[in-house]
Design a protein around this ligand. Structure first.
Ligand SMILES: Cc1cc2nc3c(=O)[nH]c(=O)nc-3n(C[C@H](O)[C@H](O)[C@H](O)COP(=O)(O)OP(=O)(O)OC[C@H]3O[C@@H](n4cnc5c(N)ncnc54)[C@H](O)[C@@H]3O)c2cc1C
Length: 344
């Protein structure tokens, strides 16, 4: 059995774990480490501190399938629809651009992180650990020695890195030498947009009285998108509260990239008050800075993955190697799986 470490419990890492478990169960022990406290990565769903049934999607909002990907990833869509993880988007999203004919939009009734959690559950027997922040990777003969913050060093036969390339470039140990030259150039060529997200939580009974479930704001320098999360997911509940999600524009995110997020929160709330003057007072607010939000320029000539060393295998993947959405992550996970399969 080969010990495979997948760094990152986002969509790419979780699908990769699931493919390995389903397609080569007798060949691999799968271990997933993530530095965060829970699963999802940029497909994250936050809970209200006062009501765990009230949640808000602070990263990805909905899934859009182009006709091409509805066909090529049909088995993934069919499975998630059959398990109620995805449902068609049926409520109005004002200002949504349909850039292509035949697009299908889906929402996640249990929050966007339910997709990632589903794939982790399906990776039966995979060992998933949170608060595991990888800092150093050393090559020791035919194995990788991986160090994490505050933890013991562990050895693996294969290591898969699914975090954004700027975070791969921060890894220490043998990493700076391993990525010298072409790989470094490729990893450094990736660029991301940055933005802030706010989740505002309301107690049961409070109505947010707007005629849409979500809305793109075209003419505001600060706010780009607002969603009433339970309305977007088309799940009305009388017992749990509701939540509202705000995404800032990218120029605003870039302007305040190095600011302390708690200092930026009141600026966004003040702007929100101007956009929605009758918005009730939230019981709590969660602020998230997405330094690496969506990929603006992906790695060239590395479809789905970049193999840093073939033996022992060290491979990077994620949306930076395809494009920044559900299908980009699925494509990357499939490519990573193929590389692992050939190396075994
Ligand atoms: C605001 C926003 C809106 C978006 N909207 C949409 C949308 O509507 N539809 C859509 O399809 N997509 C959307 N996206 C893009 C989508 O969320 C991403 O493409 C996808 O989540 C990327 O998944 P990933 O697994 O490749 O990377 P990530 O989700 O970034 O996962 C990488 C994981 O690695 C972990 N990690 C990082 N460094 C380390 C380390 N050193 N040690 C251990 N763990 C580490 C991180 O904690 C993270 O969990 C949006 C993204 C954002 C931020």
């Amino acid at each position: 059995m080969s010990r495979v470490l997948i760094v990152g419990a986002g969509l790419t890492g979780s699908v990769c774990a699931c493919l390995l478990r389903r397609k080569m169960p007798s060949k691999v022990n799968i271990i997933v480490w993530d530095k965060a406290r829970g699963a999802g990565g940029r497909m994250s769903t936050s809970r209200s501190p006062s009501d765990s049934n009230c949640t808000a999607d602070l990263g990805a909002q909905y899934i859009t399938a182009t006709p091409h990907y509805a066909r090529t990833h049909q088995s993934f869509y069919d499975e998630l629809l059959a398990h109620g993880i995805l449902k068609p988007l049926v409520v109005p999203v004002e200002g949504m651009l349909m850039k292509e004919e035949g697009l299908c939009n889906f929402v996640t009734p249990r929050g966007i992180s339910s997709i990632v959690k589903y794939y982790l559950r399906e990776s039966v027997e995979a060992e998933v650990y949170f608060n595991h922040h990888v800092t150093h990777i050393h090559q020791k003969g035919a194995e990788w020695e991986v160090r994490r913050k505050g933890g013991e060093v562990e050895c693996f036969d294969i290591v898969v890195l699914t975090m954004p390339p700027p975070q791969v470039l921060q890894l220490q140990g043998d990493m700076p030498t391993l990525i010298e030259g072409d790989s470094r150039q490729k990893l450094e060529s990736v660029s991301y947009s940055s933005r802030y997200a706010l989740g505002l939580f309301y107690p049961p009974g409070i109505q947010i009285d707007v005629p849409w479930a979500a809305k793109y704001i075209a003419d505001n320098p600060c706010i780009r998108f607002i969603s009433i999360d339970n309305k977007k997911r088309n799940v009305e509940s009388s017992t749990s509260g509701s939540s509202l999600v705000v995404h800032t524009s990218v120029p605003f995110g870039m302007e305040y990239l190095e600011a302390v997020k708690e200092d930026v929160e009141p600026l966004i709330l003040a702007e929100l008050k101007k956009v929605l003057p009758s918005l009730p007072q939230a019981v709590s607010v969660k602020v998230q800075k997405w330094r690496y939000s969506q990929v603006v320029s992906a790695v060239n000539n590395a479809p789905g993955q970049l193999t840093l060393l073939p033996q022992p295998l060290l491979v990077c993947g994620g949306d930076a190697f395809t494009h920044s959405n559900f299908d980009g992550c699925i494509s990357s996970a499939i490519q990573i799986f193929e590389v692992i399969k050939s190396s075994l």
